[in-house]
Design a protein around this ligand. Structure first.
Ligand code: ATP
Ligand code: MG
Length: 467
């Protein structure tokens, strides 16, 4: 007989059968623990983890069904095989429906027992390997076309994975070009609504009144040009997802109307009286800081809270530096293949320059640059010289030569301190106060910059002096 490996819990109140099962399984190489009733069986299942559980269905007290339900809920990876008395087909069918992997009828035939156990364990192994492979793929290639291995983007993947298959409203915030739309698509195509439509609406690109009828539709004759009834995008999205992009651009009037849709998923078409109910999932995105718009009274607070059920903040590219080489290489490879130009390699020095740039246009800017390089560069190597000027490392700026050396000499330490303070302020100004970026401009670690700011008592933005 083939020798098995794995740990098995056997729960049976019949001592003779329990012993037979234990002997057969142990002689096949399995590690076996036994329990004589449901209570102690359940306790064992709770305390340690098994590769497989074999349980009698009818046990006094805690029954086999209860043990099965516990396993399905808490250890879905552990297959459970049910042993039923002769002639109780119905209960075995019930057990299978509740998630049992298989069943055996008494009297248990040892050969059949081993076949069923091996099959269940093979199934478990396959399932586990599959899961590992999927995880590995996601780690390597990101989540549905979203590339990135940085801590910052991995955190975003984690949220996406958790919420994709729910109906919760999601608010994606991030600077322009960070991948908000890509994330919205990943959410839709990884949800159970993936067969339904994904309807995008760019709230910033459609003028106010038009946007209302785009979203809600209108009845014939609702206004002068409404010659026929029109179905709006909320209705079109039924069974799927509506992606409200650039949500901050929506007029206050429309904000109220959207709020109602988010509250009870119903509305009327413009000029209509019939209330239309829709089954939709809402994903919204913006490159504005919605919370501060709320504080400024430019965005409704109640709508903000309705949208912000699950917030996803997409970090700017400069805060995920380790993704830059990965993205650059992939984009360049893809564009060369798409444009049918010879494949090109970025040198380490070129990648280094790209990594130190601040990327105000984020991933889109990087993507565009790679497209240009794929077309314009003739050779097969892209070095620093092939990159646009702004990526080139700057020569060390020299001390202003015009500075006169004072007659009476100077206090070197104080002047150097002043000079340093000035340069730090300039860097902060250039990066609009973003410390990580200012640190990059100064070729410093962020923590070193913060340390220096503390020592020099530098505040940014500078205090105005008002109370
Ligand atoms: N992590 C990523 N991996 C691969 N491609 C990405 C990634 N992030 C963004 N992109 C690509 O960058 C481009 C910009 O992304 P997207 O349109 O999703 O940004 P956005 O945040 O919606 O920008 P905007 O605010 O300007 O609308 C797209 O071509 C997208 O495919
Ligand atoms: Mg977008």
């Amino acid at each position: 007989m083939k020798s098995g490996s794995g740990s098995i819990l056997v729960i049976d109140d019949d001592p003779a059968l329990r012993q037979v099962l234990q002997e057969v399984l142990e002689s096949a190489g399995f590690e076996v623990q036994t329990a004589a009733d449901g209570e102690s069986g359940l306790l064992l299942a709770k305390e340690s983890s098994f590769d497989l559980v074999l349980t009698d269905l009818s046990l006094p007290g805690v029954g086999g069904m209860e043990i099965l339900q516990f396993l399905v809920k808490h250890h879905p990876e552990c297959p459970c095989i049910i042993i039923t008395g002769f002639g109780t087909i119905k209960s075995s069918v019930d057990a299978m429906r509740s998630g049992a992997y298989d069943y055996l009828t008494k009297p248990v035939n040892p050969t059949e027992l081993l076949v069923v156990v091996e099959r269940a364990l093979d199934h478990r192994r396959l399932k586990w390997e599959n899961l590992q492979l999927k995880k590995q793929l996601q780690r390597r290639y990101g989540f549905a076309n979203i590339l990135g291995k940085s801590e910052a983007i991995q955190q975003v993947f984690e949220i996406i994975e958790k919420v994709a298959d729910t109906d919760s409203t999601i608010l994606i915030q991030g600077e322009s070009g960070t991948g908000k739309e890509l994330i919205a698509r990943a959410l839709h195509y990884n949800s159970s609504r993936r067969e339904g439509p994904l309807i995008p609406v760019n709230c910033g690109a459609i003028p106010g009144e038009l946007l209302e009828s785009e979203l809600f539709g209108h009845e014939r004759g609702a206004f002068t040009h409404a010659v026929r009834t029109r179905i709006g995008r909320f209705e079109l999205a039924t069974g799927g997802t509506i992606f409200l992009d650039e949500i901050a651009e929506m007029s206050p009037n429309l904000q109220v109307k959207i709020l109602r849709v988010l509250q009870d998923y119903s509305f009327e078409r413009i000029g209509g009286v019939k209330t239309i109910r829709v089954n939709i999932r809402v994903i919204a995105a913006t490159n504005k800081d919605l919370e501060s718009l709320v504080h400024q009274g430019l965005f409704r607070e109640d709508l903000y809270y309705r949208l912000n059920v699950i917030p996803i903040k997409v970090p700017p590219l400069r805060e995920r530096e380790s993704d830059i080489p990965l993205l650059a290489r992939q984009f360049l490879k893809d564009f060369c293949a798409r444009k049918k130009t010879p494949p090109k390699q970025l040198t380490a020095a070129a990648l280094n320059c790209l990594s130190h740039y601040s990327w105000p246009g984020n991933v889109r800017e990087l993507e565009n640059l790679m497209e240009r390089l794929a077309i314009l560069i003739e050779g097969e190597v892209v070095d620093v010289a092939e990159l646009p000027e702004k990526f080139h490392p700057r020569p060390l700026e020299r001390l202003p030569e015009a500075m006169d050396f004072p007659e009476r000499g100077l206090n070197l330490a104080a002047v150097v301190r002043d000079f340093e303070k000035n340069l730090i302020l300039k860097a902060l100004e250039r990066s609009r106060g973003v410390k990580s970026q200012a640190a990059q401009l100064l070729h410093l670690n962020r923590t070193t910059l913060i340390e220096k700011m503390k020592n020099q008592k530098i505040q940014y933005p500078p205090a105005t002096g008002k109370a």
